[in-house]
Design a protein around this ligand. Structure first.
Ligand code: NAP
Length: 310
């Protein structure tokens, strides 16, 4: 059996049309003020972070969404990063703030995330937002997890599947449990009332990875290990969503990105599969912009509430 390839670029295109309408409404309401900008904070010059910024800058241009890169050298001190965040927290032109990972080892990630203004924390890394997400009442759903489930929902609708019934009777296995990708994906799966299993590198070390993943109706992979999932890890009825986005240098010296799934191998086995590139990534980028618009609306409502109280 050959799996259906799920086209993330097509889904992203449809989402962009929705976003344009939301942006138009916001521009009209904000009467020309630029209170819906995105600020992306990068400490150091890690390759994947820089290419991610390039993609966001292009998308921002395309949508007419102000995007600003705030760059600090990898020698920046913790206090420099915190001072920059304080400035962005107070900047009325900035609605959403994203701090790119990985941060240099000498920077305490948790302290940086705690310094974000929660209403501007569109990737839900501040403990308040991460807690709301875990409780099933998210202020923001981190863009990668949101994109993954949007892609899955769209595929289910297109394939004529009854969504609620599908989730209620499905086992979703998530490989990788980072705070920014794996755990939010688990929260999203809970929110859809699916059965959920979460596995990390200990399952691989113990030789149990395939035992878990072969039982999945939906297999979500976010481990950061190129080619981790092969045909032997996947059942024939599985929908496989590959979040992995790993830079590898080819024999020609060029860097390209590959997923965590051995694409051609799994293509011959699964029911449906997202490619890398062109799967979850493009939808994630658009979702980040969407969260920024949501933050702009939240800030505006907050402003109104504060005015009403004063
Ligand atoms: P991360 O912080 O390094 O976390 C990786 C997770 O995978 C950890 O929980 C780790 O387990 C687990 N893991 C590592 N090796 C494993 C193995 N052999 N078997 C099972 N689990 C294993 O990475 P991340 O930020 O979550 O990113 C994961 C991948 O997603 C990367 O390729 C990244 O580039 C990609 N990504 C893509 C998007 C997108 O939009 N497409 C967005 C963000 C990230 P332990 O905790 O036990 O070490």
């Amino acid at each position: 059996m050959t799996a259906e390839i799920i086209d993330g670029r097509k889904i992203a295109l449809e989402l962009k049309a929705v976003l344009r309408r939301e942006l138009d409404a916001l521009r009209t309401e904000s009467e020309g003020s630029a209170g819906y900008g995105l600020a992306v904070v990068q400490v150091g010059d890690e390759y994947s972070s820089s290419t991610y910024w390039d993609r966001l800058a292009r998308l921002g241009d395309e949508l007419g969404m102000p995007c600003r890169r705030v760059r600090l050298p990898d020698t920046a001190r913790q206090s420099d990063v915190l001072a920059e965040l304080l400035r962005l927290n107070c900047d009325p032109d900035v609605a959403g703030i994203v701090v790119l990972r990985p941060l240099p080892a000498h920077i305490a990630e948790s302290e940086v995330f705690c310094a974000l203004e929660p209403v501007k924390d569109i990737e839900a890394v501040h403990p308040e937002n991460a807690g709301l997400l875990a409780l099933g009442t998210p202020r923001y759903v981190p863009s990668t997890a949101a994109a993954t489930f949007h892609v899955l929902d769209e595929w289910l609708v297109a394939s004529g599947t009854e969504i609620r019934e599908f989730y209620h009777s499905s086992l979703i296995v998530v490989v990788g449990r980072s705070n920014n990708v794996g755990k939010p994906a688990v929260s999203m799966a809970y929110a859809r009332q699916a059965s959920v299993e979460s596995v990390d590198h200990w399952a691989s070390r113990g030789g149990q990875l395939g035992w878990h993943t072969r039982r999945a109706d939906v297999l979500i992979v976010a481990a950061g290990v190129p080619g981790l999932i092969r045909a032997e890890h996947v059942s024939e009825h599985a929908v496989v969503l590959d979040i992995g986005h790993n830079p590898v240098t080819g024999s020609d010296g060029e860097i390209r990105f590959v997923g965590d799934v051995e694409f051609l191998d799994v293509l011959d086995r699964a029911r449906a599969l997202t490619p890398v590139p062109g799967g979850i990534g493009p939808v994630t980028d658009v979702w980040l912009m969407r969260n920024t618009i949501l933050a702009a609306c939240n800030l505006r409502d907050l402003g109104r509430a504060q005015l009403e109280m004063s």
